[in-house]
Design a protein around this ligand. Structure first.
Ligand SMILES: *[C@@H]1O[C@H](CO)[C@@H](O)[C@H](O)[C@H]1NC(C)=O
Ligand SMILES: *[C@@H]1O[C@H](CO)[C@@H](O)[C@H](O)[C@H]1NC(C)=O
Ligand SMILES: *[C@@H]1O[C@H](CO)[C@@H](O)[C@H](O)[C@H]1NC(C)=O
Ligand SMILES: *[C@@H]1O[C@H](CO)[C@@H](O)[C@H](O)[C@H]1NC(C)=O
Ligand SMILES: *[C@@H]1O[C@H](CO)[C@@H](O)[C@H](O)[C@H]1NC(C)=O
Ligand SMILES: *[C@@H]1O[C@H](CO)[C@@H](O)[C@H](O)[C@H]1NC(C)=O
Ligand SMILES: *[C@@H]1O[C@H](CO)[C@@H](O)[C@H](O)[C@H]1NC(C)=O
Length: 925
């Protein structure tokens, strides 16, 4: 005891000596040394560390460093300092550090796991760097705030992060590369006020435990791959003010329980697969200011506000859904509304007159609905209105002159309606108008002369009406005009030369009127080609080729496209040659009916030259009684194998023949050319035997099989109308949208049956348009299912150029030999088929030296907002919104990450919503 004590005293004395030494300028303390160690790995172009001097007694006066009362470093904050390089592991030497902020620099490498040993840490902000690697496992018991956003951190969110999170208030992991699911342990952080996991690749459902976070104010999960239904428990987050779930794969109805979020002011649910009605209790939450429900599958009537429930709502976006019925007159209660977009829905009946009560309204977009009736004069009371879009409805009658009261109006879109009468001259009062689109109506009368009052006008579209009179020369004073379309009217007189002064004009069309005289020679109009002027018999001069000038237009050259013999045609021809040479005569010897439906036949095969050397090598098994099992029938049937005429298809699995029995019944016989991973008869029989019991309207029933060491055959229903591929890419494409949709839905139902109703489930692994066969009435039937083990492995696909075309269907995870193959591979291929049907293009196209992969092409077009440009031109007159929904579904199905893809059951549900009852008249074209 004594001895110890004296040693202790000695030690204290030594320490004092050291401290004295340091105080006399011998160098910085340990924490200072730790910091200098940290500096070593960091590149500091602007000299932030210039004043970090090793001779200072302590680092407390260094830039970015603060100490507590005991002189210990409690804060290291160097945000936005142009630092780069790795963070050294040594920072754990700062055992009193509470705040570490290195945000907005360019640090790289992984986040050092020994940061987790700084248990004193309150705030850790490493946002806006280039950190990669995974989030280290472990937790910081004192941590209040964690910000790792805007890096390139990957891996999953470790559940340990929230293991002892008693103090945690805010976490942001936004804008990283995180995968996996949201750990339910986050529900154990009692003080959590907000978390932001947006813009990652997170999957799975929202954990129910989130309902245990009564203090939560802010929750953003936008732009992930989250799916499933919203948990009711979310409604228990009663303090929530901000909820962003947009851009995920959420599915199903919005739980009414969300009405529990009585403080919610921002609700963003757009771009998901939500369906059913929008609950009024949620839409009109008392404090909701912003609600975005657009781009979902919501249906039902537009919810009406109930007794004084709508006092806060300012922004309401329900566009691109399937909302029906009238606009509820009680909407006028929402007196704060500034922005309403319900375009691209199925609203009907007329606009309520009391719409005029929405005095704060700035934007009203009800375009692309089925609204009818007249425009109420009260629309003129919306005196804050800047954007009014009503185009593509069935609204009729006159444009009320009260429109002139909308003095702040900038955009007026009333195209494609049934408006009649003349353009009210009061429109001139709307002097801030930028765009006027009244095209495609029945408007008559003349173009008001005072249009020149709208000095800011950029676009004036009055085409496809019955407007008469001359073009007012005052239009030439609208110097900002970029687009002027007056085509398809009854305009007369000359084109005023004043129009030549419209320097900004880049689109001009006066075609199909009754204009006369010479096209103005000077000014801008000469840059347009003749199509802007044609259809006016009295018009002459350039750019029109003929009449008053001595000029002639250059002939237009139409380049002819050439076609090359398709790959699959070559394969078919080759295969037919091989089989014709190598065929054997098949004789049946004994038939044995087994219990149940199955029949087995033992077959003797013999090579034609030596009929006496017979040995039993073959076994024919028939699953159903509908196929003849008498020897004579089969003798005729199998002769088909000799006949090239009977070749009806070929693929990586083998050649398909049509065999017709005497009674007229036909079956398809597939001669397998490859056995993939299957080598023995037992394996083969086991694999194929399972498939014999499967029956569904949309799959090709397997009728039986034949095994011998020489030859393996699969016998199945003969489907008469060729494959989807033939009809899409054949010489005469025959598929209208109704048929394509029918095929999409039937195929989805067939696959859903294989995936969900079969026990054990059956995976296809080779879905493509050549495997989707069509009945006479275009009902699809999936063939070649469940043959995964017979398929050549992917590397064979890769090396065999002849199957290059199939590659476009192969899910990316199939390229990773190690990854587990699930039904999501089929969903991917199915998605490619959807895109193939929407675009009419092949999954992979070789254009000169360019290889175009369909789903990449569609995805990038879609992301650039040009999705509709991908639609097959042959579908031009079909309902674009439906086609776009199917296109989007195709994109979701072809997500790179398997878990982001929906299940086939979900696909069926979505398709049924997109077009619930197929109209048979439509489907027959
Ligand atoms: C920090 O600087 C101030 C004056 O600039 C000085 O008074 C103080 O002693 C310094 N503290 C330390 C710990 O070096
Ligand atoms: C982290 O730092 C960045 C930039 O310096 C800042 O914008 C952000 O708000 C900080 N994070 C938190 C959660 O305070
Ligand atoms: C809603 O917000 C108000 C005002 O900020 C606050 O007093 C109230 O406690 C909040 N309600 C809930 C359930 O958190
Ligand atoms: C609603 O979401 C859609 C889709 O993300 C977006 O385009 C639109 O601008 C949003 N509406 C509003 C009013 O913010
Ligand atoms: C309304 O929504 C549609 C579809 O989302 C969009 O195209 C349109 O621009 C929106 N209207 C306004 C005025 O923002
Ligand atoms: C346009 O018309 C309005 C109302 O008649 C008038 O007050 C305004 O001065 C005119 N503006 C121009 C540029 O002519
Ligand atoms: C939209 O709703 C109408 C009426 O309820 C229904 O007939 C139609 O099929 C629905 N369409 C979609 C795409 O949900």
């Amino acid at each position: 005891m004594r001895k110890c004590r004296s040693r202790h005293v000695l030690c204290v004395a030594f320490c004092l000596f050291l401290i004295v030494l340091f105080e006399h300028g011998e160098g910085v303390n340990d924490e200072g040394l730790t910091l200098l160690e940290f500096v070593k790995g960091v590149d500091d172009p602007v000299g932030v560390f210039a004043g970090w001097n090793v001779a200072d007694p302590s680092p407390c006066n260094w830039t970015g460093v603060s100490c507590d009362a005991n002189g210990q470093v409690m804060k290291l904050a160097l945000p936005n300092s142009k630092l780069s390089g790795h963070i050294s592991a040594g920072l754990s030497g700062l055992q009193h550090l509470k705040i570490l902020s290195l945000s907005q620099n360019s640090f790289i490498g992984s986040i050092p796991s020994d940061i987790l040993s700084i248990t004193s840490l309150w705030k850790l902000n490493l946002s806006r760097n280039e950190f990669s690697g995974i989030i280290p496992k472990g937790s910081l018991p004192s941590l209040r705030m964690l910000d790792l956003s805007k890096n390139a951190v990957s891996g999953s969110i470790p559940s340990e992060l929230f293991q002892s999170c008693g103090k945690l208030r805010y976490v942001s992991l936004a804008n990283n590369q995180l995968v996996g699911s949201i750990p339910s342990s986050i529900g154990t952080c009692p003080k959590l006020v907000g978390f932001d996991f947006s813009a990652n690749k997170l999957q799975g459902a929202i954990p129910r435990d989130i309902g245990n976070l009564p203090s939560l104010l802010y929750l953003s999960l936008e732009r992930n791959y989250l799916s499933g239904q919203l948990p009711r428990e979310l409604g228990s987050c009663s303090s929530l003010q901000y909820l962003d779930l947009s851009g995920n794969l959420f599915f199903g109805e919005v739980p009414i329980e969300l009405k529990g979020m009585s403080n919610l002011s921002i609700l963003a649910m757009q771009e998901n697969f939500f369906l059913g009605g929008i609950p009024a209790e949620v839409l009109y939450l008392p404090l909701l200011q912003y609600g975005n429900f657009s781009f979902n599958l919501f249906s039902g009537k537009m919810p009406a506000p109930f007794s004084s429930s709508c006092n806060s709502l300012q922004v309401l976006d329900i566009s691109e859904n399937n909302i029906t019925g009238a606009l509820p007159p009680t909407l006028s209660q929402c007196s704060m509304l500034k922005f309403v977009n319900i375009s691209h829905n199925k609203l009907s009946s007329s606009l309520p007159a009391n719409l005029g009560l929405l005095a704060a309204l700035h934007t009203l977009d009800l375009s692309n609905n089925q609204l009818s009736g007249n425009l109420p004069a009260e629309i003129g009371d919306l005196n804050q209105l800047a954007v009014l879009r009503l185009g593509a409805n069935a609204i009729n009658g006159r444009i009320p002159p009260e429109i002139g009261k909308l003095e702040l109006l900038q955009i007026l879109d009333m195209e494609s309606m049934k408006l009649e009468g003349s353009i009210p001259s009061a429109l001139k009062n709307c002097q801030f108008l930028l765009e006027v689109n009244l095209s495609n109506n029945n408007l008559s009368g003349t173009i008001p002369e005072q249009m020149n009052n709208m000095t800011y006008l950029r676009s004036l579209q009055l085409d496809h009406n019955n407007i008469s009179g001359s073009i007012p020369s005052q239009l030439g004073e609208l110097y900002h005009l970029e687009n002027l379309d007056l085509s398809f009217n009854g305009l007369t007189g000359e084109i005023p030369s004043s129009l030549g002064a419209l320097k900004q004009l880049n689109h001009f069309n006066v075609s199909y009127n009754m204009l006369t005289g010479q096209i103005p020679r000077s000014g801008i109009l000469q840059i347009f080609n003749s199509s802007s002027f044609i259809g006016n018999p009295g018009l002459c001069g350039l750019p029109l080729a003929l009449q008053c000038g001595p000029f002639s237009a250059p002939p237009t050259v139409n380049q002819k496209r050439t076609r090359v013999l398709s790959v699959s045609a070559i394969v078919a021809i080759t295969a037919a040659v091989i089989i014709a040479a190598g065929v054997v005569v098949v004789t049946l010897m004994s038939i044995r009916a087994l219990k149940g439906q199955k029949t087995e036949l033992f077959v003797y095969e013999s090579a034609p030259p030596s009929p006496e050397a017979e040995i039993i090598i073959g076994k024919l098994v028939l699953f159903s009684k509908s196929i003849p099992s008498k020897y004579e029938d089969w003798e005729a049937g199998t002769k088909a194998l000799l006949d090239k005429e009977c070749v009806i298809g070929a693929g990586p699995l083998g050649t398909v023949f049509k065999a017709t029995f005497d009674g007229g019944l036909s079956i398809a016989v597939k001669k397998l050319e490859t056995l993939g991973r299957i080598k023995t008869q037992d394996d083969f029989e086991q694999e194929v035997g399972l498939l014999g019991n499967l029956k569904h309207k949309h799959i090709v029933t397997l009728q039986g099989y034949y095994w011998s060491s020489n030859m393996q055959l699969l016998l199945s229903d003969y489907v008469p109308n060729g494959s989807l591929f033939d009809h899409l890419h054949g010489r005469q494409p025959t598929l209208g949208w109704g048929r394509r949709f029918k095929i999409a839905l039937g195929t989805a139902r067939g696959l859903a049956y294989l995936h969900h109703d079969c026990k054990p489930r059956v995976l296809h692994f080779d879905i493509k348009s050549t495997n989707i066969l069509l009945e006479e009435d275009f009902e699809p039937r999936i063939s070649d299912f469940g043959l995964g083990k017979l398929l050549p492995m992917l590397d064979t696909y890769m090396s065999g150029r002849k199957f290059h075309n199939d590659l476009g269907y192969v899910a990316p995870e199939l390229a990773l030999q190690s990854s587990r193959l699930t039904e999501k591979c089929d969903v991917y291929s199915y998605g490619v088929v959807l895109l193939e049907m929407v675009t009419g293009r092949r999954p992979v196209e070789n254009l000169d030296s360019d290889v175009i992969v369909l789903c990449e092409f569609v995805r990038s077009s879609f992301e650039e907002g040009r999705g509709s440009s991908c639609i097959d031109p042959a579908l031009r007159s079909c309902p674009e919104s439906e086609i776009m929904q199917v296109l989007k579904l195709g994109l979701v199905c072809t997500s790179q990450v398997p878990s982001r893809r929906p299940s086939m059951a979900e696909v069926v549900q979505v398709l049924e919503l997109i077009k619930p009852t197929i109209d048979f008249r439509e489907a027959s074209s």
